[in-house]
Ligand binder design. Structure first.
Ligand code: DC
Length: 224
């Protein structure tokens, strides 16, 4: 990959590992632009559900990609709060298994990494395959993880704080099913890149995570 911007941080990890919060905090601290690539898959899943179609069916999922692409110029399409619903996350993990869906979203992500919005000093992308597939040449790759119980508690709290009716047991079950799909799939399975730094966030708070990651960023990238 021939990067124009080479200040790229790839952040991968399972759901509710803390990778999204860390990525947003890192982007703010470094003046980098941030892309939550999970939101792209969620938005495709959402389009499929809205159409009453099946996220496991390839042609339905590709129709979802096309519908999303036609709306991407509307700035709020990726900030629709319904994208955060657990049912949307489940649909996202189903469309994400399909290689042609992944291929159709690849350039959007690489273009962002290579040419982040004007003024940004670099790009941070978080997802499942950023270090392994989308930006394998990123000078810094972080793989954020946390134990299952911590992740399920975090997700339950997050959903309940939005007034949603979430129970720990249901969230844990959905999370296990999604983890299994994300990890076992043939297309870009969730795994750390060989040169990724693994951060276990189970016992770290937001500030500790940021401090740790900033230390790696200062060593690996042209940032101060
Ligand atoms: O990070 P998230 O929970 O918002 O992601 C939703 C789903 O999208 C997740 O189950 C797997 C998929 N995904 C992916 O396959 N590759 C990415 N780069 C990002 C997300």
């Amino acid at each position: 990959m021939n990067n124009l911007n080479s200040n790229i941080i790839a952040v991968d990890g399972p759901s509710a590992s803390g990778k999204g919060t860390l990525s947003r905090n890192l982007a703010a601290a470094l003046g980098f632009a941030h892309m939550d690539t999970g939101a792209l898959y969620r938005a495709v899943g959402y389009e499929v559900l809205q159409a009453g179609a099946n996220p496991e069916n390839e042609s339905d999922a590709i129709a979802g990609v096309q519908s999303l692409k036609s709306k991407l110029t509307q700035s709020n399409v990726l900030s629709n709060p319904d994208l955060r619903l657990d049912e949307t996350g489940v649909a996202a993990s189903k469309v994400a298994v399909i290689q042609s869906v992944r291929d159709a979203l690849t350039n959007l992500q690489r273009d962002f990494a290579k040419a982040p919005p004007a003024g940004a000093k670099g790009a941070i992308l978080d997802g499942r395959d950023i270090g392994t597939v989308i930006c394998p040449d990123a000078p810094l790759k972080l793989f954020v993880t946390a134990n299952e119980e911590v992740r399920a508690k975090r997700r339950t709290k997050e959903l309940q704080s939005k007034g949603l009716d979430a129970t720990y047991k249901a969230v844990l079950e959905d999370m296990r099913a999604r983890d299994a799909r994300d990890t076992a799939r043939k297309a870009a399975p969730l795994r750390p890149a060989g040169d990724a730094v693994v951060i276990d966030s189970s016992d770290l708070d937001e500030a500790e995570m940021l401090e740790l990651a900033l230390g790696y960023a200062k060593k690996a990238l042209a940032v101060s």
